[in-house]
Design a binder for this molecule. Structure first.
Ligand code: NAP
Length: 282
């Protein structure tokens, strides 16, 4: 019998706990400040930013939103991010991607000091994660670790397979699992014998962006299956990278889409802003 790991419930619980911690910090040191920079009118980005600002409100974090027009120049956005980097009231800086065409995102992100890089995307933070040092961890894989932890799922010595090697999900996920003493295989579009590799996994994390790609024959009996994917199926319905209906019958634990990894991501962003604020007063 499988168990669903309810990301929505866990995220709500974590946000409530975080709110108390943020309140105590605010009383002692002043507000936790998160800057959110949105350039242009991309509708999906507008929704993401709105949700992030809402989550700040729920957790007592002060959001500082900066809306820039689509024709903002490279110099203007760089000037804004540089001033946020210097600002002591701002503990975390988030630049919503993608930036409008013509802007160099790498140069903009490069201006965020790694201590304020709450997305955990910077080379410093990824390098620290690779070396198992103190860092700010990319929110989605960090959320997955919290989900595994919430169910006390043992990782040490286990076979973990990560599908997808993006810098923001797959690679940091593989590093986190490695740091937790799992034996990790990181798969991608060129991987040979993918189905067999997946079928050996005690823990299978799918982050490829292919609707219902992981089918029951790719899953070991009793595996833990974490679905990071966010796709639309043939009827336009939101679905993950895992064929939930067939895979759930073999899995010991499985995450749904929606209501699984998704709600954890923004929660971990709030968590990272709080970590950054705490470190700023050490
Ligand atoms: P991405 O940058 O497009 O990377 C996809 C990865 O999957 C690549 O490494 C690619 O391999 C691999 N891949 C693609 N097709 C494959 C196949 N048929 N077999 C094996 N590997 C394959 O995607 P991403 O940003 O990591 O996102 C992955 C999924 O997670 C998307 O559905 C995205 O929407 C979702 N997501 C969800 C959240 C959340 O909060 N829930 C957050 C971020 C992302 P190559 O490297 O060889 O091209």
């Amino acid at each position: 019998m499988y168990k669903i790991i309810d990301g929505k419930a866990l995220a709500a619980k974590m946000r409530a706990a975080l709110k108390e911690e943020v309140q105590a910090f605010t009383a002692a040191h002043g507000e936790v400040g998160l800057a959110v920079v949105l350039a242009g009118n991309d509708p999906a980005s507008q929704v993401y930013v709105r949700n992030k600002i809402k989550a700040c409100g729920e957790t007592g974090i002060r959001s500082h939103a900066f809306y820039l027009p689509a024709d903002v120049t490279q110099a203007q956005i760089e000037e804004l991010v540089s001033s946020l980097a210097e600002n002591k009231d701002i503990h975390g800086i988030l630049v919503q991607l993608p930036l409008p065409a013509g802007l160099n995102a790498e140069r903009v992100l490069g201006l965020i000091p790694y201590e304020k890089d709450v997305d955990g995307f910077s080379a410093e933070n990824i390098g620290n994660l690779a070396m198992n040092r103190r860092t700010l961890v990319a929110c989605t894989p960090f959320g997955v670790m919290k989900m595994l932890e919430s169910e006390n799922i043992p990782l040490r010595g286990k076979n973990a397979v990560v599908l997808g090697r993006s810098n923001i999900v797959g690679k940091p996920m593989a590093m986190l699992l490695t740091n937790a003493d799992a034996t990790v295989t990181l798969c991608h579009s060129k991987t040979e014998n993918l189905r067999e590799i997946c079928a050996r996994a005690d823990i299978l994390v799918a982050a490829i962006g292919r609707a219902k790609f992981v089918t029951a024959d790719m899953v070991k009996e009793g595996a833990v299956v974490i679905d990071v994917g966010m796709n639309r199926d043939e009827n336009g319905k939101l679905c993950g990278d895992v064929d939930f209906e067939s895979v759930k019958e073999k899995a010991a634990y499985i995450t749904p889409v929606p209501g699984g990894v998704g709600p954890m991501t923004i929660t971990m962003l709030m968590h990272n802003a709080f970590i950054a604020a705490k470190r700023s007063v050490e």
